[in-house]
Design a protein around this ligand. Sequence first.
Ligand code: SF4
Length: 231
Amino acid sequence: MDARATYLQAMGLEDWRLREADPRLTPPRQALGAVPAPAAQLVPAGDQWNNIEIEVAACIRCELHQCRTRTVFGVGDRAADWLVVGEAPGAEEDRQGEPFVGRAGGLLNSMLRGIGLAREQVFIANILKCRPPNNRDPKPEEVAQCLPYLERQVALLKPRIMLAVGRIAAQNLLATDTPIGKLRGSVHAFGAAKIPLVVTYHPAYLLRSPTEKRKAWEDLKFARRVFNGIT
Ligand code: SF4
């Protein structure tokens, strides 16, 4: 079974062909006009990534450092075009130190494969790098302390598109309290570089509400079209 079929089976949807996935239709990186030319950097990017990782591992900026097992820095290709951002580590992520593992992670992987992306081809991170106890929502002060790390990762990665996964990620990245249902289906802009950002549901929510999977599938196809410069 190919990747798309795997995803569709996981989502309970019919077969589908991604016309927009034709690489000949993918615009050059500059065409989106969303990412500025890289500034001259005195410190190599690899060293800057390592510096952030070391800072995060030792971070005590908010109270969540007291109950974490491990920080969850983010995982994937540090030159990826796609950045996926979720909410915060859950119990399994806290144990493994990696975002989106377990059943929700498996569904995210299937969703990405459905639009032609392997997990290894994207970078995956969260709004928070430490697990809130009992998976409660992040507190504003925790987000305020932790978001600068993600912003530094974004500045280094320079993604061509961001996928905000779930309400918490979408509302914090866009600094809004608009319901996720109203944030879906539009291209938002993140940060000064105005990186295109598309919103979809969190796979953990989709596992609890499988009837919403079709909407998430529409979001993923929409994001792929945005990336390909078709919308
Ligand atoms: S959640 Fe972020 S700010 Fe808080 S301790 Fe962890 S790394 Fe530091």
